[in-house]
Ligand binder design. Sequence first.
Ligand SMILES: Cc1ncc(COP(=O)(O)O)c(C=O)c1O
Length: 401
Amino acid sequence: MTVANPLEQLTETDLREQRTSVKWHVFPQDVLPLWVAEQDSVLAEPVVRAVVEAMQRGDTGYVATGQVYAEALASFAVDRWGWSPQIEHSAIVPDVMIGVTEMLRLVTEPGDNVVVNCPVYPPFYAFVRSMDRRIVESPLTAEHRIDLDNLDRAFGAATADGKRAAYLLCSPHNPTGTLHTAAELEAVAELAARHNVRVVADEIHAPLVYRGHTFVPYLSVAGGERGLSLMSASKGWNLAGLKSALALAGPEAADDLARLPEEVGHGASHVAVQAHVAAYRDGGMWLDALLEGLDANRHLVAELVAHHLPGVGYRMPEATFLAWLDCRALGIADPPAEPGLVTMSVGPADFFAREAKVGLSAGTAFGTGGKGHVRLNMATSQAILTEALERMGRAASPAFS
Ligand SMILES: Cc1ncc(COP(=O)(O)O)c(C=O)c1O
């Protein structure tokens, strides 16, 4: 049995008529929305079946204690990454960002520093700020890799006054699609141990890794024993509306995770857990079909950018369905903005929304290194991608003449 490319099943008209979530409902009707990380895919059949059957059984109560979610993730992790998580050191959390804040709460105090690799997922700034911790930025290199020398200095600065500090690692990295290697992650673990910085790894994009590349779980690397990780089926299988995620602890962080207040788990949805379990257990063929479609899309974007937007920088991602476009050559003004505020109305994102009728995420929201950039979501059909990049090229063409 094969699964058809989930990204090629719905037209723009279908999506406008059928989707009521945020992606298709922020911009005016004449704008193609390629911003927030939702997919324009049809769902995996095993996930739909699990939710429908739960409804039919009336199985819509609270999440039961037990390890069904963790066991499903573990079987996926063994199969895909050759890694067996210690599921006895796991906890269900409502979603990844709530999980991130709860892990940071376990290992830091108000006023402590949290190091991030900018440019990075804007809510990292907003959530960390909202819990009264301070962000310390450690920029990625020009090649979008972790800059280990800079990270060393950032860890030193974050702990300079003897305070506790954490490193919020985005792995794979949003928005650049960087897949951190085992060697990089081992070096991170070594630096974290040297500076006594606690690592919290947001690994939500882990299932979305292209063929020829392998995701390395942070907890699997030498030195990762003191780490905490957040995983979820929500990004891979487009289940953001079905809230649940897993927090995992390395053996030396198990005592920290054991301090997680029981009520944190109450925020997860029992129906969502059933959907996520079905995704991990039975959604492998659908995921492979999605990844094949996304692989074609990331190559299509390379061709379309080269053709319609010469001068715009694009490094093909190794993971995620996100394209990080360096539009600095277009010379569009991009005033400084507060990182963390998701906005589409500044700089090149604003230009493309107004002039090309294409909705993108503004780079400045992703922190230092985001200026002059936009993030484009490739999890859509090739027809929509082609139309969007053609429109962007037409709008930007005066800059090339
Ligand atoms: C890196 C990263 N973390 C977390 C999230 C959000 O996850 P959740 O909806 O489970 O909080 C996203 C969504 O795009 C993301 O890209």
